[in-house]
Design a protein around this ligand. Structure first.
Ligand code: TMP
Length: 222
């Protein structure tokens, strides 16, 4: 079942490679932990044993022959498993869920990036078991050239066998970035666009401010 209760707190982090979102989701999770705020931290693709196996497949740079349709369906498959096994049960139990990437990533990468029709990507997510929506989405926005340089020189957040997307041309990442910004314009109530430039502490401060605003209307978990 992929339902969520009213007033749920399902929060997703999005952005292009090197935007710093994974560092930021970890910092927010630490911030919650220090304050005793119960939450679940998870990611896509992944978050379940089956999802982790799909992750290896889709991110392996050796799989250069993978077609866009195969890629789309693998991300959706990992998501279906993640929603039913992890996300929905946590939300129904009243937990706050922090998820590193979700459906917007499929719209941005497979839709805007690869050129698969957006209405098709959207229709796939109309399946009952895939139709859950985040309540709040942080989009870490930064110029694609700057972000890629960061991503390609980092040595700790990603292993060498997860670099299939980093090897895409700059134009691909520019399409993904403008796709994200377009979605944020269409859903201003859900998206918070965070300027991802500056120090990690400065960016973290922007996230905490927006998070506090959201929790003051939605209520923090006990
Ligand atoms: P990560 O670098 O945030 O762990 O994400 C893994 C890669 O997978 C990243 O390059 C974006 C890509 N991706 C998609 O193309 N579509 C999706 O639906 C998701 C969740 C990720």
């Amino acid at each position: 079942m992929s339902t969520k209760p009213p007033n749920s707190r399902f929060i997703t982090f999005e952005g292009i490679e090197g935007s710093g979102k994974t560092t930021q989701i970890q910092m927010l999770s630490n911030h919650f932990e220090e304050r005793g705020i119960d939450h679940l931290l998870t990611r896509e693709p992944g978050g379940t044993p089956i999802g982790d196996q799909i992750r290896k497949l889709v991110l392996n740079p050796g799989n250069a022959a993978m077609t866009p349709t195969c890629e789309l369906l693998l991300y959706a498959a990992a998501r279906a498993q993640h929603i039913e096994q992890v996300i929905s049960p946590a939300l129904l139990a009243g937990r706050l869920v922090l998820c590193d990437r979700f459906k917007d990533a499929t719209m941005a990468y497979q839709g805007f990036g690869r050129g698969i029709r957006l209405d098709v990507v959207d229709a796939l997510h109309g399946l009952e078991t895939l139709s859950i929506q985040p309540d709040l989405t942080f989009l870490f926005d930064i110029e694609a050239g700057v972000a890629l340089l960061r991503a390609r020189t980092r040595d700790h957040t990603k292993s060498r066998d997860e670099t299939r997307f980093e090897q895409e041309a700059l134009e691909f990442h520019e399409r993904v970035r403008s796709g994200y910004l377009e979605m944020a314009r269409q859903e201003p109530g859900r998206f918070v666009v965070v300027d991802a430039r500056g120090t990690v502490e400065e960016v973290h401060h922007r996230v905490v401010e927006a998070m506090d605003r959201f929790l003051s209307t939605r209520g923090a978990p006990e």
